[in-house]
Design a protein. Structure first.
Length: 300
């Protein structure tokens, strides 16, 4: 694959996102069927955000950007990649500069230099895996449209490593969730917790955990507290447990009840016999006791 030219156009080996076109050095578009097929042989290993882990990826596009002066040089390579496992398409950037490197010695005592690569992705890699009940189309529950919007932004803040905003977002998510359960929005956070307990949405232990979450979110909002990654994970564990218990589990239980009702309606009833057997009956008739005074012969 040839390098990026000085005038800033894509090189002639770069494959466009649109498989029928490729941009040449002159800026014209030409059919790219052969070039697209050839590009499938060019692969890079990269972390796929969709199927998870390091995967072989086809290079669907490349852009090499360089700059600097006599004292400092930098380079940034842009790769459009398609995962060979799940076909997910994403962007990877690989940045280096002349100041960040490791020095080492070869076996023949010659000096070697390895430049430190800074790798980025778009969409960004997730810092926290979403629970299975948060899908592509929202939460697996009903009546949670506003809560879904807050959660999408919250996971975005987590993925972007915005710790203070993530803490504030968790407090906001609790607030919106409480409102969705019918709690008066004008109440204080302590009042909302009391209402959730009295209405049976949470227990005493849940109240203590959510109280710790709210206090942490308030500290980020009002005092600029920066939670650590471990603290953020604990806060999200509390929030996700609350949302699952209050919204997802009841919705799934209701759906399961409906499935059970439909299944029960389709199960044939057990047939009952019309003949009532007499207790002690044997061989089709009741055994009669000999009358008084009847002489029993041996073997009778």
């Amino acid at each position: 694959m040839s390098e990026y030219s000085a005038d800033g156009v894509w090189d002639n080996a770069c494959i466009s996102l649109f498989p029928s076109l490729v941009v040449s050095d002159e800026g014209a578009t030409v059919p790219a069927e052969a070039e697209v097929l050839a590009s499938c042989d060019n692969k890079r290993k990269a972390n796929c955000a969709k199927c998870g882990g390091i995967r072989n990826c086809n290079i669907r596009g490349h852009y090499d950007e360089k700059g600097g002066d006599e004292d400092f040089l930098w380079s940034k390579n842009w790769y459009i990649l398609q995962c060979c496992g799940c076909d997910y398409v994403f962007l990877q950037t690989v940045s280096t500069n002349s100041e960040d490197y490791h020095q080492f010695y070869e076996r023949d005592d010659s000096e070697g230099i390895e430049y430190i690569e800074t790798i980025g992705f778009w969409p960004v890699l997730s810092n926290r895996e979403k629970p299975e009940w948060v899908g592509e189309f929202g939460i697996d529950a009903v009546g949670v449209d506003k809560l879904e919007i807050v959660l999408i932004e919250l996971y975005g803040a987590l993925d972007s490593d915005l710790k203070i905003l993530s803490g504030i977002g968790m407090r906001t998510a609790f607030d919106v969730a409480a409102e969705s359960l019918g709690v008066d929005a004008s109440k204080s956070f302590e009042g909302k917790l009391e209402s959730l307990v009295s209405e049976g949405h949470i227990g005493i232990v849940d109240k203590d955990r959510l109280g710790a979450l709210v206090d942490a979110g308030n500290a980020s909002a009002h005092r600029g507290w920066i939670p650590t990654a471990l603290e953020l994970n604990t806060m999200m564990d509390i929030l996700e447990h609350f949302i699952y218990s209050a919204f997802v589990a009841p919705a799934r239980a209701k759906a399961l009840d409906e499935k059970a009702r439909l299944m029960k309606a389709g199960v044939p009833a057990r047939k009952r016999s019309g003949v009532k057997k007499t207790k002690g009956a044997r061989g089709g008739g009741a055994r009669q006791s000999p009358s008084a005074g009847t002489k029993l012969e041996p073997g009778s």
